[in-house]
Design a protein around this ligand. Structure first.
Ligand code: ADP
Ligand code: MG
Length: 398
């Protein structure tokens, strides 16, 4: 953590302009922001910078305009929404680079906040163009990056800019990096990873990275079927990547070598139809009918998985254990999530989770507040679980 600077390393900022890279890519419905989570997430950073006397210029991408001005993808409507969250007026500047933007920024009252127009209106953004970054740098004195969710991409406003101006991590970035460091960087052992979801193929790099790092690997969801099938279990009509049998076996062998215990379900919930309240039964994995699908981990296995978490100090979770969107196949995910939440609240477990469907599943289980940390950064979180260096984070290290 000491490897990069934070807002605490900044002194008085009176008369200074801070270029703050946030993620303002919020969902908008009928011209209104329908989920303010990302605005709320970056608000503490803005408030801390204002408290130090700075003028704050917020940079962000929005949607995918692919290097052109697309009026429907303007950040203009986001400025008042951010203003509501902050409880103050937020100005809007029609560009994030160039003479007009420079003039507009120069005219801002000291101590104000402005949202600058979509960085992706410039083709150089996604090319990590140094010249574009130089142009942005002319608007401010200091760079603060608060957008972990954009850190897996080397773009001008996330990477190149951090190399032009003195660069610092914002509060949200700091919180995310601390949580991730506690999750896999330098975790308290034993560590368990829960990996679920639909397919092995989408999480091969995650699985391969984790077997070398964790003490227990809990595999659930559709991907467990691929592992079970590779071991000779008949999985009937289950979602299963039979062509990945070799890969699955090599992951199991690698885990064995590394001293990582792999937990696959030994009882499962099966149904003949993929729909809510489909007729279902709990069976041993060796009793799945040819016309049946495995849609969830069984109750006996879930209880055993709970016991694994009880002896662990850390859990990192990505992917639901079953088809949690349709009842009653949400049971295993909900039960294990509740166990992890209770252990976290009891003080024996550090719990870190992330992933689009995972966040939805944990919300559904009603435990989001009880985990140590839940990352809302889908792509960046997965790349972190794959053990990849994130360019936006690397550029912050000095
Ligand atoms: P995340 O978005 O958190 O990374 P994924 O996208 O990998 O998670 O996986 C989530 C999806 O996996 C869900 O839509 C869920 O219904 C599906 N899934 C989980 N278990 C099964 C299963 N046994 N059979 C079919 N689909 C499953
Ligand atoms: Mg998903």
């Amino acid at each position: 953590m000491a490897s990069f600077r934070t807002i605490d390393d900044l002194g008085d900022l009176t008369g200074k302009k801070v270029l703050l890279r946030s993620d303002l890519n919020v969902p908008v419905q009928d011209g209104r922001v329908s989920d303010k989570t990302r605005l709320t997430a970056t608000a503490p950073t803005i408030k801390d910078l204002l408290a130090k006397g700075a003028t704050v210029l917020v940079l962000s991408h929005f949607d995918r305009p692919k290097g052109k001005r697309v009026p429907e993808m303007s950040l203009k409507p986001i400025a008042p929404a951010l203003g509501e969250v902050l409880g103050m007026d937020v100005a809007f500047v029609d560009d994030c680079v160039g003479a007009e933007a420079e003039a507009a920024v120069a005219a801002l009252p000291a101590g104000s906040v402005a949202v600058l127009e979509n960085t992706r209106f410039h083709a150089g953004e996604e090319k990590n163009d140094a010249e574009l970054a130089q142009g942005m740098a002319r608007l401010g004195d200091i760079f603060v990056n608060d957008a972990f969710s954009a850190a897996h991409r080397a773009h001008a406003s996330t990477e190149a800019l951090a190399r032009v101006l003195p660069a610092y991590a914002g509060r949200s970035m700091e919180k995310e990096l601390t949580a991730l460091e506690n999750g896999l960087g330098n975790p308290e052992r034993p560590v368990a990873a829960v990996v679920g979801g639909a397919k092995v193929s989408s999480k091969l790099d995650v699985l391969t990275n984790l077997v070398g790092k964790v003490d227990h690997l809990i595999i659930g969801g559709g991907m467990a079927n691929t592992f079970l099938a590779a071991r000779g279990v008949s999985v009937g009509k289950s979602l299963c990547e039979h062509d990945l049998a070799e890969t699955a076996l090599s992951i199991l062998a690698k885990a064995d070598e590394a001293g990582c215990t792999v937990h696959l379900p030994y009882d499962v919930v099966v149904a003949k139809e993929f729909k809510a309240n489909a007729e279902n039964r709990v069976v041993n994995v060796h009793e799945v009918g040819e016309d049946e699908m495995i849609l969830d981990v069984g109750p006996a296995a879930v209880e055993a998985l709970g016991d694994v978490l009880k002896v662990c100090k850390t859990v990192v979770w990505n992917g639901p254990l079953g088809a949690f969107e349709i009842a009653p196949f949400d049971r295993a995910t909900v039960a294990l999530a509740k166990t992890a939440a209770a252990l976290t609240q009891g003080g024996s477990l550090t719990s870190v989770a992330g992933g689009g469907d995972t966040v939805a599943a944990l919300n559904h289980a009603g435990v989001s507040q009880d985990f140590t940390f839940i990352s809302t950064a889908g792509g960046a979180f997965l790349e972190w679980m794959e053990g990849k260096a994130l360019p936006g984070v690397e550029a912050l290290k000095n």
